[in-house]
Design a protein around this ligand. Structure first.
Ligand code: NDP
Ligand code: MG
Length: 385
């Protein structure tokens, strides 16, 4: 039985992870669950999976959960809170694997702690590698750890690499749906509303990543994530728009062969593959029908309209603390957009201004990555209307 800790258990990836655990009863045991503020769902999850440790962001929520668990006669679960609580869940002593599915840079420290504690990591939280890949990857190597990608594109690449020799990759084709606004002009984008940005054509995901998919920031973050995971340069990673999200990504090898992973868009496949790697287990669900599909179309991304993708390549090439600025500026800009405080195009404009204003730190320490996040936030606070 594999024992797992799930960080971000109340989110889109977290709940799908727990669905897999539920469907594969007897194969997994949940030893820790961490959420942000969704107290009621964490209460239900605790009652169902009986983890040893659970965590919420706020102390008052933790207190309330303790009360509610007592009323349900659940005394075997310890309730903790805050960054310490999240990190404790990441390192829960019985866990073999930590699934990191929190959103944002809050995922960095728990990942570091889990690697040091010898846990296998199933990583959905892309912000961790984007901003601190230069720290995480050497750490994984040092601790002889295992870092399994959950992001569908990276899982696709990882699947294509099974059985390939080392240093045989020429380049990756990272596929992108293009998001809901593929084909639109800048002028048309100006009036996009929050509701429109939250409609993704193929994937049902958390709010932040759904907006990121529409601006192509998500693809930009994924380019950097792939660079760290597979030790590749920006020039070796090409984004290809493939609107139906049937091809989840492709690897071109040194001999010219291209391997692709295809399937119906369903995050459960990459999540389950990370949980059960190197085994491939049955997963119920729709299958591809090539005769209905008939054709798969490819387009070059429009990086003039969707500038955020070009900016991601700039941040990746420059390296140092710049990817942290890219990520933090976007996190804050998306939050402001979701609160209806800025317009859609301003997300990318803020991102670009924050990058321009930043003085790069080469090879930043963990503390410097986190202070870059804080400085980027205060820069945006000071400079937004
Ligand atoms: P959601 O917004 O649906 O869920 C985020 C989770 O993180 C929630 O459980 C939330 O808790 C928790 N959380 C947020 N802030 C904190 C905090 N400060 N401390 C502890 N927990 C916190 O996001 P997704 O599931 O969509 O995405 C998670 C990660 O996976 C992101 O990095 C995303 O880029 C990546 N990803 C997601 C995909 C998807 O299909 N959804 C696909 C590929 C990658 P609560 O709700 O209780 O506040
Ligand atoms: Mg993805």
């Amino acid at each position: 039985m594999k024992k797992i800790a799930v960080l971000g258990s109340t989110g889109s990836i977290g709940t799908q992870t727990l669905e897999i655990v539920r469907e594969r009863a007897g194969e997994f045991q949940v030893t820790a669950l961490a959420a942000g503020s969704n107290l009621s769902l964490l209460e239900q999850q605790t009652a169902e999976f009986r983890p040893k440790l659970v965590s919420l962001t706020k102390e008052s929520d933790a207190k309330e959960l303790r009360e509610r668990l007592r009323l349900r006669n659940i005394y075997s679960t310890e309730v903790v809170y805050g960054m310490d609580g999240l990190t404790a869940c990441a390192c829960e002593e019985d866990a073999d694997m930590t699934v990191n599915a929190v959103v944002g840079m809050v995922g960095i420290l728990p990942t570091v702690a889990a690697v040091k504690a010898g846990k296998e990591i199933a990583l959905a939280n892309k912000e961790t590698l984007v901003t601190a890949g230069h720290i995480i990857m050497p750490l994984v190597k040092k601790y002889k750890g295992k870092l399994l990608p959950v992001d569908s594109e990276h899982s696709a690449v990882f699947q294509c690499l099974q059985g390939a020799g080392e240093q045989s990759v020429e380049k990756l084709f990272l596929t992108a749906s293009g998001g809901p606004f593929f084909g639109k002009t800048r002028e048309e984008l100006r009036s996009i509303t929050v509701e429109q940005a939250l409609q993704h054509p193929n994937w049902a995901m958390g709010k932040k990543i759904t907006v990121d998919s529409s601006t192509l920031v998500n693809k930009g973050l994924e380019v950097m994530e792939a660079g760290w995971l597979f030790s590749l340069t920006p020039e070796q990673i090409e984004v290809v728009v493939q609107p139906k999200s049937i091809i989840h990504s492709m690897v071109q090898f040194d001999d010219g062969a291209v391997l692709a992973q295809l399937g119906v868009p369903d995050m459960k496949l990459p999540i389950q593959y990370a949980l059960t790697y190197p085994n491939r287990l049955r997963l119920a669900g729709e299958r591809l029908n090539f005769f209905d599909l008939q054709k798969i179309e490819f387009y070059r991304p429009d990086t003039e309209t969707f500038r955020a993708l070009a900016l991601a390549y700039d941040a990746f090439r420059e390296g140092g603390s710049l990817p942290a600025v890219y990520n933090a500026a976007n996190e804050m800009a998306v939050a402001l957009f979701l609160e209806h405080k800025i317009g859609y195009l301003e997300i990318t404009e803020i991102l670009e201004r924050a990058m321009d204003a930043h003085t790069k730190i080469n090879n930043p320490t963990l503390e410097e990555v986190l202070s870059t996040e804080a400085e980027t936030y205060s820069y945006i606070r000071e400079h937004s209307r």
